[in-house]
Ligand binder design. Structure first.
Ligand code: ZN
Length: 186
């Protein structure tokens, strides 16, 4: 099976973080986060771009549902994502035939404090062939990157780097390691 690597924004940030000694058995951080969020009240506004917007495609779009359901799944962990008309945190679906990733999060800021555009996308080249839950897992994983989580080697963890591993672990929704990471960050 092809390994579809989820790269956060800057591959350097994520991969370098994953290689840090001592970070191999727990959640890791990318080093970037939303500095304005008070502790224990992590609420993130999300703007849906055209590929997952209500019109078009219709609200029943599986790509939109992937993010809507992923946001709901994160919500159960005290991390709240709310859909709004405009936000620096944006989600979308794309159709990138040359990419080897099925999900990607881009930080368009060099600062550790996020505030400029952060965009999480799923790549329909792959996700169109996924089950709804697997697609949701990709979206939820990318939202994890969007709030500053890196790749975890814990089993199970939604922030595991690969879709195949996530499926094998049954981690298409936030697991204890992901939740601990989000709570520690915010
Ligand atoms: Zn990733």
């Amino acid at each position: 099976m092809r390994l579809r690597k989820f790269l956060a924004s800057t591959a350097i940030v994520v991969l370098a973080t994953a290689l840090l000694p001592g970070a191999a058995n727990a959640y890791v951080f990318t080093g970037r986060y939303w500095c304005g969020n008070p502790p224990n009240a992590a609420k993130f506004n999300v703007q849906f771009l055209s590929g997952v917007a209500t019109q078009p495609p219709p609200s029943t779009s599986p790509n939109r549902a992937a993010f809507v359901n992923a946001m709901s799944a994160w919500h159960s962990t005290e991390v709240t994502f709310v859909a709004v008309s405009s936000s620096p945190l944006r989600v979308d679906s794309v159709f990138n035939l040359t990419a080897t990733w099925d999900g990607l999060t881009t930080y368009n800021s060099g600062s550790s404090c996020l505030g400029a555009n952060v965009t999480s996308v799923i790549n329909r080249k792959y996700t169109d062939g996924y089950s709804a839950l697997t697609r949701q897992g990709v979206a939820g994983h990318e939202l994890g990157h969007a709030i500053g989580l890196g790749h975890s080697s814990v089993n199970p963890a939604m922030m595991t780097p690969y879709t195949s591993t996530r499926n094998a672990q049954g981690a298409n929704t936030p697991r204890a390691d992901d939740i601990a990471g989000a709570k520690a960050r915010y």
